[in-house]
Ligand binder design. Structure first.
Ligand code: GUN
Length: 281
C-alpha cells in the first residue's frame, strides 16, 4: 500500500509552528512585514496573491498590498521596489509573476534586494544556494524537501530524477537534492529515453507542465513520486503532471493534486518571511 503525502496537513502544521514563532516575536515588539506586488489582472495571479495575503494574516505577518494596472511601466515598478528596498519596516518583497509584456522579469527580480528576496529568485540567492551559502531558497523546491523530510522519506544516497529545468523549480530542486546527498539527474524536453531514465529514480520529481503525462511506464516499483504540476481539466477537476490513478499503486509514496506540493509553496514563503526578520535588517 502506498502513502499519500498530505501537503495540506504538512503545510498546516508548518503554518501553526510559524504562527507560534510570530507570536513570540510580537512579544518582543517585532512583526514581520511582506510587501506583495501584483501587476495587471491575470485571474490566476490574483488568486495566488490573495492566498498569500490570507496566509500572512493567519500567521500574524503584516502584508502590504500593491495592485498596479496592466499598463504599469518597468520604470514605475522598479521605482516602487527601490522605495520598498529602502523601507526598514518592510522585511520581504514579492512581485507576482508573470508580469505584463512591457516589463522585463529579469530586471525586476534583480532589483529586489537579496536581503528581502523571499521568493529566492534573485541571482545572488540562487548563487548562494549553488555554493552552499545561506540565502533564501525558492519556495516550491524548498517545500518539496520539507514534504519528503516530514514524510520520513530518506534522501541521502538515493537516485533522484527531476523532470523540468525551470529557474523556479527544476534547477533549485536539483541543487537542494544534491545538498541532501542524493544522486541527481535533471531531464528536459530534449532528454532521450526519458522513460528509461525516470525508471532509475528512487525519488521522481515531475515539473513538466503537461497534464497526466507521467504514467506507470515511467516509474520504478516502490519509487516516491512528487508531482509539481497543476492543471484544470475541462470538467473543472484539477490534475497534475502525473496520472495519479495509474501511477500511485506502483509507488511507496506519492503527492496528490490538489493537496500535495501546492499548499507547501505558500507555507515556505511564510517561512522565508519569518526568517527575513533576521536577514533584512
Ligand atoms: N508565479 C508563479 N509562481 C510564483 C512564485 O512562486 N512567486 C512569484 N512571485 N510568482 C509566481
Amino acid at each position: 500500500m502506498y502513502q499519500i503525502i498530505d501537503g495540506k496537513a504538512i503545510s498546516t502544521a508548518l503554518k501553526e509552528e510559524l504562527k507560534e514563532k510570530v507570536t513570540k516575536l510580537a512579544g518582543q515588539g517585532i512583526t514581520p512585514c511582506l510587501a506583495v506586488i501584483l501587476v495587471g489582472e491575470d485571474p490566476a495571479s490574483a488568486v495566488y496573491v490573495n492566498n498569500k495575503k490570507k496566509a500572512c494574516e493567519f500567521i500574524g505577518i503584516k502584508s502590504l498590498s500593491y495592485e498596479l494596472p496592466e499598463s504599469t511601466s518597468e520604470e514605475e515598478l522598479l521605482k516602487l521596489i527601490e522605495t520598498l528596498n529602502a523601507d526598514d519596516s518592510v522585511n520581504g518583497i514579492l512581485v507576482q509573476l508573470p508580469l505584463p509584456k512591457q516589463i522585463h522579469e529579469d530586471a525586476v527580480i534583480k532589483a529586489i534586494s537579496p536581503k528581502k528576496d523571499v521568493d529566492g529568485f534573485h541571482p545572488e540567492s540562487v548563487g548562494a544556494l549553488c555554493i552552499g551559502q545561506p540565502g533564501y531558497v525558492s519556495c516550491t523546491p524548498a517545500g518539496i524537501i520539507e514534504l519528503l523530510k516530514r514524510s520520513n522519506v530518506e534522501i541521502e544516497g538515493k537516485e533522484c530524477v527531476i523532470i523540468g529545468r525551470s529557474n523556479i523549480v527544476g534547477k533549485p530542486m536539483s541543487l537542494l537534492m544534491l545538498r541532501e546527498n542524493a544522486t541527481v539527474t535533471v531531464c528536459h524536453s530534449r532528454t532521450q529515453k526519458l522513460k528509461e531514465v525516470c525508471k532509475r529514480a528512487d525519488i521522481l520529481i515531475v515539473a513538466i507542465g503537461k497534464p497526466k503525462m507521467i504514467t506507470s511506464e515511467y516509474v520504478k516499483e516502490g519509487a516516491v513520486v512528487i508531482d509539481v504540476g497543476i492543471h484544470r481539466l475541462e470538467g473543472k477537476k484539477l490534475c497534475g503532471d502525473v496520472d495519479f490513478d495509474d501511477v500511485a499503486p506502483h509507488t511507496s509514496a506519492i503527492t496528490p493534486v490538489p493537496g500535495g506540493v501546492g499548499p507547501m509553496t505558500i507555507a515556505m514563503l511564510m517561512k522565508n518571511c519569518v526568517e527575513s526578520i533576521g536577514f533584512s535588517s
